[in-house]
Design a protein around this ligand. Structure first.
Ligand code: ARG
Length: 453
């Protein structure tokens, strides 16, 4: 069934039909019906249809809602809106023709996408919360485990493994906060904008928004039907989330390598090789990293989709849905898989090289009044002195230190033990075991407070 046709002598050709039909919107079925119920109730309230008509239409729509999980789409349904109106006709007869009063598919689809994304946002936030919880638990369990930090993939200073894991908990928490912020933009009703510039009927836009528990209107009708910035922001938010997960995935892949030997993946989250009997592969992590690429692509596509469109609605906008769904589904699936994998990482991190304490040694001099630039130079000379004798940094003795510079004290040699270095770190958020405790406390407060909770 088409929702139009009066002005046409002939029907669409088969090619035109299959090319323009949309099946990607079928997952909007439930929100489409919810939007229609609110719309019909508003029509009744405003006296545009009678109370009896309203009741019969709402009743029919509720029945469709009940059968939503077994709803049968037909080949002749142009899109989800057409399918619902066709089914409503089967249930309530000609009265179904009043459903579309004061409405266009242009404001209807904008509404559906907003209702869908409002819910999808809440689901993503709760999935992010679960992964953050897994990271926090692992961080607490590894609050004292000393690991090297890396800059340029060279060992830099030391910190604790708990601190390293919490870096991802913070990133993901911001991802959730970004979703919350966009939820405010999503949660506005475009309904009543009609095809482009509203209606001569006394539609009550505020009433319908309130019925859908939306937080206000997209006021300008052209903006309401023609804008997809809220959808683009959602896709970006998914892409940023994927980029964070991909980064963690990349580290897991490195950590699981023979070269790093930081973790063993449990059997449950590993895959084997069909050719190499010894292999234990981190495929979840690799797929997350790989799928991040396509969600980043969705972001470029959803922006490109908007950039050349004259106001207001253009059919191009139909293409937003597959991008939004793909981005949203990919992040949701990746969050679930990563929570499973990260929860099962068995860490056994090798001790960092003693050179990760070089800055500690320089700062000991700084604390005695030596300008940092001099202290840097002195420790650099110590490195050179040891390297000339083919010795590593950890082999330095008090005599080596005082030979290089008399401002060293004999006991400074104790600073060369990387296992003690993280606990001495005084800066807020620097990863000492107590900083890990503090960060866990802060993260828990953020997640328990508004607006994340
Ligand atoms: N399937 C369309 C979309 O997703 C619905 C709106 C169609 N409007 C129209 N005038 N053809 O954007």
């Amino acid at each position: 069934m088409a929702l139009w046709g009066g002005r046409f002598g002939e029907g669409m050709s088969d090619v035109t039909k299959w090319f323009t039909d949309d099946t990607s919107d079928r997952r909007l079925l439930v929100v489409d019906i919810q939007g229609s119920i609110a719309h019909v109730e508003m029509l009744g309230q405003a006296g545009i249809i009678s109370g009896e008509e309203m009741e019969a239409l709402v009743d029919g729509l509720r029945r469709i809602l009940e059968e939503a999980d077994r709803f049968e789409f037909q080949d002749t349904d142009e899109d989800v809106h057409t399918a619902v109106e066709r089914r409503l006709g089967e249930l309530v007869g000609e009265l179904a023709g009043k459903l579309h009063t004061g409405r266009s598919r242009n404001d209807q689809i904008a509404l559906d996408l907003r209702l869908y994304l409002r819910q999808a946002t809440d689901e993503l936030i709760s999935q992010i919360r679960q992964l953050v919880e897994v990271l926090i638990e692992s961080a607490a369990a590894h609050r004292d485990v000393v690991v090297p930090t890396y800059t340029h993939l060279q060992q830099a200073q030391v910190t604790t493994l708990g601190h390293h894991l919490l870096a991802y908990a913070w990133m993901l928490t911001r991802d959730a906060e970004r979703l919350v912020a966009n939820r405010e933009q999503i949660d506005r009703s475009p309904l009543g904008a009609g095809a482009s510039a509203g209606s001569t009927l006394p539609l009550d836009r505020v009433d319908v928004a309130e019925r859908l528990a939306m937080d206000g209107l997209v006021v300008n009708s052209l903006d309401a039907v023609g804008s997809r910035d809220f959808a683009a922001a959602h896709v970006f938010n998914c892409a940023q989330g994927m980029a964070h997960l991909s980064r963690l995935a990349e580290e897991v892949i490195l950590w699981a390598s023979r070269e790093f030997r930081w973790v063993t993946l449990s059997d449950q989250v590993s895959t084997g090789s069909s050719a190499l009997p010894q292999k234990r592969n981190p495929d979840i992590a690799e797929l997350v990293r790989g799928r991040a690429a396509s969600v980043i692509g969705d972001t470029a596509a959803v922006l490109s989709l908007q950039k050349g469109l004259p106001l207001a609605y253009n059919r191009d906008l139909q293409e937003d849905k597959r991008l939004v769904f793909h981005a949203d589904d990919t992040l949701a699936a990746s969050l679930e898989a990563m929570a499973e994998m990260v929860g099962q990482l068995e860490f056994h991190v090798p001790e960092p090289g003693a050179e990760t304490t070089a800055l500690d040694l320089a700062e000991a001099l700084v604390s005695r009044g030596v300008p940092f630039r001099d202290a840097h130079e002195v420790v650099g000379r110590l490195v050179l002195h040891l390297e000339a004798a083919d010795r590593d940094f950890g082999s330095a003795t008090s005599d080596d230190l005082t030979a290089v510079d008399t401002r060293f004290e004999g006991s400074d040699v104790d600073l060369l033990d990387p296992s003690q270095s993280a606990a001495r770190r005084a800066t807020v958020g620097a990863g000492s075991p107590t900083s890990v405790d503090d960060q866990i406390e802060s993260l828990r407060q953020i997640w328990e407070g508004k607006p994340l909770n």
